[in-house]
Write a protein that binds this ligand. Structure first.
Ligand SMILES: [Zn+2]
Length: 169
């Protein structure tokens, strides 16, 4: 079971698990409540310029030291495109304008759903001041550094095919 909760959010009793609708779910034996686990939505921005694709080197977690497009969790009540724009700015200092949805990506057994958007640079300056990243940079799409996630390469390939103006390579 993958859960953010070890204890019941209502009464703090340690959770057990129950099978409901064929899935293991966190269950509170005191309240008899099932803790509903929703997917977590992550928004990412694929930002291109003349030098290629904007990537960040992650500074935490299992993917520490590997590269990915800027992105992060969508806050409750936040417009998804705005989350992609905000994360790109927070992680890289680059102001972007979100364009199109490149795709929506999920993996069986994983809690994350990723919404990937294409975006254009509209301002800002590259920085690596975010605590979540070690380095930032633009990379030619045919010479990318080691990527953090298995799906990233196919997401990037899809993005490249959708571009109005081909990137230099
Ligand atoms: Zn409870």
């Amino acid at each position: 079971m993958t859960s953010d909760f070890e204890r019941c959010p209502t009464c703090r009793t340690p959770l057990t698990t129950e099978t409901v609708d064929g899935l293991w779910r966190p269950f509170c034996p005191t309240c008899r409540n099932i803790v509903n686990l929703s997917p977590k939505l992550v928004a990412a921005a694929l930002v291109g310029d003349a030098d290629g694709l904007l990537l960040v080197k992650r500074s935490y977690g299992a993917e520490k030291g590997l590269w990915a497009p800027p992105g992060g969790y969508v806050e409750q009540g936040e417009v998804v495109e705005e989350a992609a724009r905000r994360e790109a700015y927070e992680e890289t200092g680059i102001e972007v304008a979100i364009k199109d949805l490149v795709g929506l990506y999920s993996t069986e057994g994983r809690p994350i759903v990723l919404a990937a958007f294409s975006a254009d640079v509209v301002g800002g300056e590259l920085h690596d001041r975010s605590p979540e990243v070690q380095e930032v940079g633009f990379f030619p799409v045919n010479n990318l550094p080691p990527l953090a996630f298995a799906k990233d390469r196919s997401i990037i390939d899809t993005w490249v095919k959708q571009l109005d103006t081909p990137l230099q390579s």
